[in-house]
Design a protein around this ligand. Sequence first.
Ligand code: UD2
Ligand code: MN
Length: 542
Amino acid sequence: MNNTLQLCVQVLVHVYLTAVISRNQEGPGEMGKAVRIPKDDQEKMKELFKINQFNLMASDLIALNRSLPDVRLEGCKTKVYPDELPNTSVVIVFHNEAWSTLLRTVYSVINRSPHYLLSEIILVDDASERDFLKMALENYVKNLEVPVKIIRMEQRSGLIRARLRGAAASKGQVITFLDAHCECTLGWLEPLLARIKESRKTVVCPIIDLISDDNFEYTAGSDMTYGGFNWKLNFRWYPVPQREMDRRKGDRTLPVRTPTMAGGLFSIDRNYFEEIGAYDAGMDIWGGENLEMSFRIWQCGGSLEIVTCSHVGHVFRKATPYTFPGGTGHVINKNNRRLAEVWMDEFKDFFYIISPGVVKVDYGDVSVRKALRENLKCKPFSWYLENIYPDSQIPRRYYSLGEIRNVETNQCLDNMGRKDNEKVGMFNCHGMGGNQVFSYTAEKEIRTDDFCLDVSRLSGPVIMLKCHHMRGNQLWEYDAETHTILHIITQGCLTVSKLYDGSQGTTVEMCNGGPLQMWMLRNYTLLEVIRKVFYSPLDYKL
Ligand code: UD2
Ligand code: MN
């Protein structure tokens, strides 16, 4: 085909697609609307839900090229990007994905990206077991307007190694990774590529919009949240702090510097991906690679941003639909240990002390990753906490970490797993971490993860409240000689008490020097003393 003819065909296809899209505005799920399944089909719907852990019946009813609302901030719609942007390969890995979600991801890339910016789409099949993902898929993608390459993993390898394979086969200047159940919206790609052109060591994520697993309704994600993580090394969304709003002078259309990324959707300069150490190929199946990459990027001189003018939807699920060979817990703990061992220095204690069970998981050999950290001259985790994530749940400086034991009852402070606004209880010390792990921080808060001991009046019950860094009711002073924990505002001492409902809890009472007000803080040390690594696996009997 000569060029003119090719162009004509492209234009015609475009006109046709536009017509189809506008004709379909009333169809199920158009404009991102929720799909309602009739009563008679509810049973069938529930059955189908189990296959992918999302409403497959709803997804299958929606056009592969459904229309979506333009959810961008007004200021984003008028931004102009340079003509000369780097092009990208889009890498989508999948294991037993549904046809409609996979193809809707592909169509949304093709229909909402300028084609000169798309080098290719690479689908990496991580040993799926469904027939339609074999020849039928291969034949189908041949007819698409953008080259689609399918790579097959010989055996189930997990998303990390599948992405490595896709990246190795890619030709674009940038690699854009997407999950296999996404929908890209209008103008999603240009701001990502423009940011990388401006700064090639910046790894960029779109705002991840929400596609409901129940009805496929499309809801805009917030530009006011960014990525963090908790002591158990779970990725979490948190509000963008004031310091980051100030840095951007309040302009919400500017990229947000984020401590971590969710992991599934991001663009990275292809050479930089190699330089910075791609992924840890020793990680299995799922999990951990997102924090590993986030820490690595920041500690080794790059930066990680959420480009708030780019929106891509993702089907968030409540449960995982596929198997984890070796067991879910084992796989995730192994991956998390690899990242903790390589990147977190002594701060891995927080992970190990709250989940002591993980130390029995073999994490394999990380010497290659440690060498990478050496070669790239990456900064310590304390630098990351201080400069990139000062509002982290992990305090950079702290006096103690572990159980808080009462001298009289020999029981431990226990949040009973009920945190927000719930009373702190007392329970037999079990040495199994979890609800009995607290850290007394340099800011003089007593916290477990993102919750702090808080009390508002003398004789009032001590509760767990989201840490607010405002001192106030969350400010405590431990005296290592008298073993008392003084609540500054009320000038009361932390005391084991019977609560009005009869349960054993804690209050603050007038200080009397009695043993019900005496506490031992595990691993307590003065900050002025050089902090040793307290943790030793023998310390926590398994
Ligand atoms: C999130 C990320 C996901 C990944 C994961 C942690 C988003 C939106 N998603 O979980 O990309 O970073 O956290 O690891 O940020 N897959 C395989 N082989 C497997 C397992 C999964 O190819 O053995 C594919 C799967 O089909 C999907 C992608 O990997 O396309 C991500 O898996 P997920 O959707 O189950 O992960 P998600 O969104 O819960
Ligand atoms: Mn996903």
